[in-house]
Design a protein around this ligand. Structure first.
Ligand code: HEM
Length: 403
């Protein structure tokens, strides 16, 4: 008899739960990211994880540029996503000290060790000072120029070998590397911390990770965009020819390499790289965490510990920021009527971050990217394989799936 009652209660409970679930579904039918009891918006995120960047773009654009993502109950996973340049300027510049990366960032990205990328406040300040003086030294610049040129030369031979299978490839390796530069720098004796082996290891790893994967991601997207836009390729080649006086000595069929200083003045090439970095930012998210309560310029309130995510891929696709043609690959966007490079504030073009934590390797990255692009586009023609689908991965670096 008792068993019969229990079965009845269970059936009733199940029916109530089913009604509640159906009611919640009906109540949320118009929400684009349903916010469920207990699990929050997580189910919707998981359902769209395969197209996370595009989904984020749809949601954030629909909500005018700022959207609160509610994570599961008690998990402290609520994140304020904002693409609003006024908010970003406030977070990254005006109120910089109230928005560090926070301790959770260094836990998640422990691969970076205790170094410039993950640290905040005084520790970050000292490391930035050291890295900045190293990277602005003449020795470092010479090192970057020499290695970039040598690497591009090696790469060109590899590509030529692949293109004409019968030719031998000669790939020259550079002896010196970043670590050598840092060890040399230790002798300058400016800051004692630079002498610790742990610091040396973490910082070298940081510069390699910060510089290598971002630059290779940028180049991958750049060559893909150029392969889809032959008129951009023609304009880059035209500019290269017009600005390389020693081309008269160059024989057709020979590999032409460019001195890494040579392409630095090329406005169109610079603009095309900016445009590619805008549409496909190699570091696709900015992370911050609030210390004190504040109300952002959009009226959104943040509490101590509120996490803030700046989705750069989405920013590039917002008409309110870049205009109706925001989805187009248009280097002209970066050129003034007088043919000079157009400056856009970093809180709008966030690919190198904005404010006191602006990327330290921006100039290095441009030197390297310009050498690679000039050398490769001048000597080779890039074409996409038919049927090759291109999608960005969801990771700390915006990689091309199967890229
Ligand atoms: C296209 C290439 C690159 C892109 C798009 C890029 C982008 C960025 C971004 C977005 C940040 C801020 C990260 C954050 O705070 O969350 C950053 C920081 C940094 N980048 Fe780059 N980067 C590039 C190349 C390089 C290179 C080549 C180097 C070094 C040789 C470098 C060194 C650094 C360093 C040291 C920081 C930390 C700055 C700080 O926190 O004060 N980056 N970069």
């Amino acid at each position: 008899m008792e068993h019969h009652h229990l079965k009845g209660y269970l059936e009733l409970l199940l029916a109530v739960c089913a009604c509640f679930f159906l009611y919640e579904c009906w109540r949320r039918k118009d929400e684009d990211v349903p916010n469920w009891p207990i699990v929050g918006m997580l189910p919707s995120v998981l359902l769209n994880i395969h197209r996370a960047h595009d989904r984020m773009t749809e949601v954030v654009c629909k909500h005018g540029g700022t959207f609160m993502f509610n994570g599961p109950w008690f998990t402290h996973m609520d994140v304020l996503c904002t693409c609003d340049p006024a908010n970003i300027n406030y977070i990254c510049n005006t109120s910089f000290s109230n928005f560090p990366k926070g301790p959770e960032y260094s836990k998640v990205f422990d691969i970076f060790g205790e170094s410039i990328i993950t640290s905040d406040s005084d520790s970050w300040r000292i490391q930035r000072k050291i890295a900045h003086s190293l990277m602005s030294s003449k020795k470092f610049r010479t090192f970057v120029n020499r290695t970039s040129q040598a690497k591009v030369k090696g790469l060109m031979h590899v590509l030529k070998h692949i293109a004409n299978q019968d030719q031998g490839a000669h790939y020259s390796e550079e002896g010196a590397d970043l670590l050598t530069s840092y060890i040399d720098y230790q002798h300058h004796d400016e800051l004692p911390i630079a002498k610790s082996d742990k610091f040396l290891g973490d910082t070298t790893l940081n510069l390699v990770l910060a510089g290598r994967d971002t630059t290779s991601s940028a180049l991958t997207w750049f060559f893909w965009l150029v392969s889809l836009n032959p008129e951009v390729e023609s304009k880059i080649l035209e500019e290269l020819r017009a600005n390389s006086p020693e081309l008269s000595d160059w024989q057709q069929g020979e590999l032409k390499d460019f001195d890494s200083e040579e392409p630095s003045q090329l406005v169109y090439l610079h603009a095309a790289l900016h445009e590619s970095l805008r549409l496909f930012p190699p570091a696709p998210f900015g992370y911050k965490s609030a210390l004190q309560p504040e109300v952002l310029l959009t009226g959104d309130a943040v509490q101590p510990g509120t996490k803030i995510l700046i989705p750069l891929y989405t920013m590039a696709r917002m008409e309110s920021i870049w205009g109706k043609d925001c989805l187009e690959f248009k280097p002209e966007r970066w050129i003034t009527e007088r043919g000079k490079l157009k400056f856009e504030p970093y809180y709008k073009f966030m690919s190198f971050n904005s404010g006191p934590r602006l990327c330290l390797g921006k100039e290095v990255a441009f030197t390297q990217m310009k050498s690679v692009v000039a050398g490769l586009l001048f000597n080779f023609h890039f074409q996409m394989m038919a049927g090759h689908s291109v999608t960005p991965t969801l990771s700390i670096i915006l990689l091309m799936e199967k890229g």
